[in-house]
Design a protein around this ligand. Structure first.
Ligand SMILES: Cc1ncc(COP(=O)(O)O)c(C=O)c1O
Length: 386
């Protein structure tokens, strides 16, 4: 027997109440009870998204919602702008290129944020740009973009703003309506505390006008069909939904409501800070610009002389702890410590102590306990339950 821990930015640990809901007998998706659950999940997602916009829900991974966002707004040949700060920004580019868009890319060094002023300049230079695509939390680097500032800029143009909040929603503040986000996608397996398999999109009125003009062929991911079926007293999804995951999501949303969204964000802030202070106390360097709102994941540079490829393997095989490695261009050069969703101080302690033991085994000079001690000092300043 080995106890296992997911210290990754998705999938993330699932609370016992949610696991228990997953074991309930499956209900039929055309039954009134399912309509109740769907209605509650939609209301709950509006709370988490801080929106009055329409909520779409699909049986899909997060990338499904990203693709849905593209096929509902982009016609072949349309001009779009992608501000890419990492691996998932690259995914926005690939998806848009796949569906025939003319992509203008603003590429930023991984570990840095998108500059809202650059987006303003690009929109001014090409008034034909129809949509701007960015990440909220870029999971490959730990960076959280300034969606509020970007939203302000895009709202002043005819373009719509499409945000990937797959790892950020429910971890770092994101006021969908106030920040004028037109399509905002999310996934169940991060801060929403449910296993992988549900993908969401929140869609604004400004986006619906663009969707009405979009001719790109689509069927399963057609937002119009989804909205139609989800409206009214007998709301359903057009196709068979992931019933059990929806039941589980309903329970997970109750947990978020009980804690209170602002407290959820604050817990994440404290845990993110504890992770950052912990690794810094070991003399390690953070990969991304330091940011008190970087609440989902902490990316850490692999120190000189350490074989980065071995960190995750030893952590997993010897200690039962899953850490995430680097993706794409930074594979082997960074490792990532997740803290979004059902995370408390004990998870940070387990993660940091594992990092200490693994790095020591790989020849790095570790002062044992240093990272955990630094994290403890952060925990003690917390004003919310951890
Ligand atoms: C920011 C971000 N975007 C997109 C994705 C892709 O989601 P999925 O793997 O659920 O398709 C992820 C998943 O890690 C993510 O963190």
């Amino acid at each position: 027997m080995q106890k296992r821990f997911l210290i990754t930015p998705g999938p993330t640990p699932v609370p016992p109440e949610v696991l228990s809901a997953l074991s309930e007998p499956v209900i039929h998706h055309r039954a009134p009870r399912f309509t109740e659950i769907l209605t509650q999940v939609v209301a709950g997602m509006k709370y988490v998204y801080q929106t009055e916009n329409d909520i779409m829900v699909y049986a899909a991974s997060g990338t499904g919602a990203m693709e849905a966002a593209v096929v509902n707004v982009v016609n072949p040949g349309d001009h779009v702008l992608v501000a890419s700060v990492g691996n998932f920004g690259e995914r926005w580019k690939k998806l848009n290129a796949t569906w025939g868009a003319e992509v203008t890319a603003l590429d930023y060094a991984w570990g840095t944020k998108a500059e809202p002023a650059d987006i303003a300049k690009a929109l001014a230079a090409d008034p034909a740009i129809k949509a701007v695509f960015v990440q909220h939390s870029e999971t490959s680097t730990g960076v959280v973009n300034d969606v509020k500032a970007i939203g302000e800029i895009v709202a002043g143009t005819p373009a719509i703003l499409v945000v990937d909040a797959i790892s950020g929603l429910g971890a770092s503040d994101l006021k969908t309506d106030e920040w004028k986000v037109d399509v905002c996608v999310a996934g169940s397996q991060k801060a929403l505390m449910v296993p992988p398999g549900l993908a969401y999109a929140a869609v604004s009125e400004k986006a619906w006008a663009v969707i009405a003009e979009c001719r790109t062929p689509r069927f399963y991911f057609d937002f119009v069909a989804m909205r139609k079926k989800m409206t009214g007293d007998s709301a359903q999804t057009p196709y068979t939904p992931a019933v059990s995951l929806m039941v589980a999501q309903n329970v997970a949303i109750d947990l978020i409501r009980e804690e209170g969204l602002q407290n959820v964000f604050e817990r994440h802030r404290v845990l993110g800070k504890a992770a950052r202070e912990g690794v810094k106390a070991l003399g390690l360097e953070l990969f991304a610009v330091e940011d008190p709102e970087a609440n989902s994941v902490t990316a850490v540079k692999v120190p000189e002389g350490v074989d980065g490829g071995k960190i995750g393997k030893i952590a997993r095989d010897k200690y039962g702890v899953w850490l995430a490695g680097g993706q794409g261009a930074v594979k082997g050069k960074i490792f990532r410590f997740g803290h979004c969703g059902y995370f408390g101080h004990s998870d940070i302690v387990v993660g940091l102590s594992t990092v200490e033991m693994v790095l020591a085994e790989l020849g790095y000079d570790v002062r044992f306990g240093a990272s955990v001690g630094a994290a403890e000092q952060v925990f003690m300043t917390s004003t919310v339950l951890l």
